[in-house]
Ligand binder design. Structure first.
Ligand code: ATP
Length: 474
């Protein structure tokens, strides 16, 4: 049973220190969030798991970390300056800002006509008095240096809205220095920024977020096969880390939804809104896997010309084509792009792990059945009696013994029942309890989060015992 809705997770996240509203003491900022002691751990664990799977466990992928603020020309030639926009609509009655493509439209007419015909309602106040949709560019503008961009247009810069472009402009740098032949990929994890018209649903859609993207460069003609391959790989990555396949599905983007560079995009959707009555409305994007063709490499190259022989990109100093030694051919590789959000993935993992269970005393207990790899804390060491110095000392020594091998905490701030409940609620796979008998037999109790079963283990064997059960890869 996953979480009944996102709100349940938002409350748990705040109560337990996963995620806090940003700058709450000043009233916060819409859709900005801060990750607390547990939140930073789960985000890092998701990123580590992705990087290991994507880069370390394969032979064909390199990593990179590129700048957030790049030369503005990157965004000119990538097409983002012209086309990275959402259709913005204002409600004249309640002044809400709305995304036209997300409004309910049952009229059968295209959205512009439906709005003009009064067939579309504002979801906030029900009025049909809406403005015509107009494009709103989602890139955050900033200035580089002391002169404002209004006074000196060359000072204009953007915060990147995707990490991918940093990869494309470095395609040849990586290919040459890593001596790569097709097919190969370049992976990057980092912050992206989008001035979303309607952010919301907790960490599902925010203006600042982290992405995990990989651009996989292939021979044209082999792109469709690789696209299918990466869709399957990504689906299996999520299920391998515990997401229930029943809460995941593939969504084929229809042509009108495709981004300007895409030949085909398939989204992996998660059931983020299980409370919605209509099944179809329960799903939303977790990650996208796009076939970006050779659009980006061509767009950033100095080579391509138009019908009159004029260079399409007079600013680029490089040609990002690839020379195949074996066939003596030169061409622009096609690109398959699996693009996932760190924060949205964390939300899906938290929702899916959420379970409610009844204790022996009939109390409701929340248990986060997170995959051990993702759990913020792997082991909690708890003394049964905190007023017995020998027990406390032994528990603290065990904590120190375990911590080089796995993230371990010590807690003695409540009775044992409450301490167990607290660890269950944050997804700690194992609790180690030190009791009176431990002082005599040098053994402790290991309690399993999911079964609540307990076994007695010798302290000398504890590290190996837990390592084996956690089966951590990193
Ligand atoms: P959406 O349709 O939800 O706006 P998108 O199709 O524009 O998303 P992509 O450009 O494909 O998103 O980005 C890849 C991934 O980055 C998304 O699947 C999502 O996990 C994440 N992502 C995109 N925008 C946001 C955002 N505003 N907040 C949090 N995560 C985001």
């Amino acid at each position: 049973m996953p979480a009944p809705n996102i709100e349940t997770i938002a409350q748990l996240a705040k109560r337990r220190g996963f995620v806090f509203p940003s700058a709450e003491i000043y009233g916060g900022l819409a859709s900005s969030w801060d990750y607390g002691p547990l939140g930073v751990e789960i985000c890092n664990n998701v990123k580590r798991a992705w990087w290991r799977w994507m880069v370390y466990e394969r032979d064909d992928i390199e990593g990179i970390d590129t700048a957030i603020i790049m030369n503005r020309l990157v965004w000119k030639y990538s097409g983002h300056e012209d086309t990275f926009s959402d259709p913005l609509v204002d409600c004249r009655a309640c002044k809400s800002r709305l995304r036209a493509d997300k409004l309910e439209n049952h009229s059968g007419l295209p959205i512009e006509q439906a709005i003009a015909a009064g067939a579309v309602k504002c979801p906030n106040c029900g009025s049909t008095d809406l403005t015509e949709p107009r494009p709103f560019n989602l890139m955050f503008r900033t200035q580089v240096g002391p002169v404002a961009a209004e006074d000196d247009p060359s000072a204009l810069a953007y915060l990147r809205p995707e990490t991918a472009q940093g990869i494309f402009v470095n395609f040849l740098n990586v290919q040459r220095t890593a001596r790569r032949k097709l097919p190969f990929g370049i992976a990057q994890i980092g912050k992206s920024f989008r001035n979303e018209v309607t952010p919301g649903n907790f960490i599902f859609r925010t203006r600042e977020f982290e992405q995990m993207e990989m651009e996989y460069f292939v021979r044209p003609g082999e792109d469709e096969r690789w696209h299918d391959y990466w869709i399957e790989q990504c689906f299996n990555w999520y299920t391998g880390l515990g997401l229930d396949p029943k809460n995941l599905r593939l969504y084929e983007q229809p042509p009108e939804e495709l981004a300007h560079y895409s030949k085909r995009t398939v989204d992996i959707q998660y059931r983020f809104f299980p409370e919605r009555e209509q099944e179809e409305k329960q799903w939303d994007e977790l990650m996208g896997i796009a076939n970006r063709t050779d659009f980006d490499l061509r767009a950033h190259s100095k080579g391509p010309v138009d019908a009159e022989g004029k260079r399409l990109n007079p600013d680029s100093t490089e040609d990002l084509s690839y020379f195949d030694e074996a066939t003596r051919e030169r061409f622009y590789p096609y690109v398959i792009e699996p693009a996932a959000g760190v924060n949205r993935s964390v939300l899906a993992f938290l929702m899916d792990a959420y379970t409610e269970k009844e204790s022996e005393r009939g109390e409701k207990r929340i248990v986060l059945r997170l995959h051990p790899e993702l759990a913020p804390i792997k082991v909690a060491v708890l003394p049964l009696a905190k007023n017995k110095p020998e027990i406390v000392r032994m528990a603290k020594e065990i904590k120190r013994m375990l911590q080089p091998a796995m993230r371990t905490v010590y807690d003695d701030t409540a009775g044992i029942g409450k301490l167990y409940a607290r660890q269950d609620e944050i997804g700690t796979p194992y609790c180690v309890t030190v009791d009176h008998q431990s002082l005599e037999d040098e053994a402790v109790t290991v309690r399993d989060r999911d079964t609540w079963q307990q076994v007695r283990v010798k302290v000398a064997e504890l590290t190996e015992h837990l390592k084996k059960r956690l089966n951590l890869k990193c």
